[in-house]
Design a protein around this ligand. Structure first.
Ligand code: PLP
Length: 287
């Protein structure tokens, strides 16, 4: 089956789809993106991702290419044309195409909008979750506005590659105080000995994960305690369980941190149950 991409108002064969070489996303990383998990053809956590997209655009003073209602139609059309029932939907908006100059282009420069979708295999994802992932620790080297979901992802790319080269699935950044900020493409969590969940509170140095926010509701429904307080890598290694959250990984158990096993080195029961509960919740609320 051939894939289709949406590029600035047209649906193009994925293999040949492209933007201009002077697109500011390509030259400066001057743009934002969003990723939705798709369950049964519906957008998981739709509202949270739309709200964050609008916020990211506002913070960078990039004009929204269209309103939410029109965008929803296009997103579903991309899913339909790609026959995606379970998968991932990617959207990117950049400041548009203009002669290369760091400062903003003329106010009438149209933003560029690209949308792609791909199917994933839910059964294979469950097999991965049943194994869990290893995490490596790296020094935080990103800018001070990680709350903006910008396509400027070079430190995240390098961190993920460093993780891969060590056989790990994620890298956690650690700030100057020795505290974990978040993963290269996920939020970081641990579960203490008394069952309290811990994750860093949201400030400008991490992304407000939409999966994180939804999981907070799932956790509250279950009557579990959350402490929004950062932790050190040593605390993660000594924790009962650890996991990451993100639209791509949902809730993914972490079995080791920098080579030291977490708990008994297997996915923990709470993280495993939270994954199942998150998926049930997201499927019910899809748009
Ligand atoms: N933190 C970073 C740096 C990310 O890139 C992501 C997702 O891509 C997340 C956290 C998790 O965000 P969400 O749950 O909205 O996917």
């Amino acid at each position: 089956m051939s894939r289709v991409a949406y590029v600035n108002g047209t649906y193009q064969p994925h293999a040949r789809a492209g933007v201009h070489i002077e697109d500011r996303g390509y030259q400066f990383g001057d743009g934002v993106y969003e990723v939705w998990a798709i369950f049964g053809g519906k957008l998981a956590d739709a509202e949270g991702h739309f709200a964050r997209l609008e916020r990211s655009l506002n913070e960078l003073r990039i004009e929204a290419p269209m309103g939410r209602a029109a965008l929803t139609v296009v997103l579903h059309e991309v899913l339909r044309r790609n026959h995606v029932r379970d998968g991932l939907l990617y959207l990117q908006v950049t400041r548009g195409v203009a002669r290369r100059d760091h400062a903003f282009p003329a106010a009438n420069t149209a933003p560029s909008l690209v949308i792609t979708a791909r199917a994933t295999d839910p059964a294979a994802a469950e097999v991965r979750a049943a194994k869990g992932i290893a995490v490596v620790i790296l020094p935080e080297n990103r800018w001070g506005r990680c709350d903006i979901k910008s396509v400027n992802l070079l430190p995240n790319v390098l961190a993920k590659q460093a993780a891969r080269e060590k056989g790990a699935g994620e890298a956690w950044f650690v700030d100057a105080d020795g505290l974990v900020t978040e993963g290269a493409s996920s939020n970081a969590w641990i579960i203490d000995a008394d069952g309290t969940l811990r994750t860093r509170s949201v400030t400008s140095n991490i992304l407000r994960g939409v999966t994180r926010s939804t999981l907070m509701r799932v956790i509250a429904d279950k009557g579990l305690r959350v402490d929004e307080r950062p932790f050190t890598p040593a605390e993660a290694q000594a924790a009962h369980e650890a996991f990451i959250t993100g639209a791509g990984t949902l809730v993914m158990p972490v079995i080791s941190v920098d080579g030291r096993s977490v708990g008994d080195g297997k996915p923990g029961p709470v993280a495993t149950e939270l994954r199942a509960a998150y998926i049930r919740y997201a499927k019910k609320g899809g748009a």
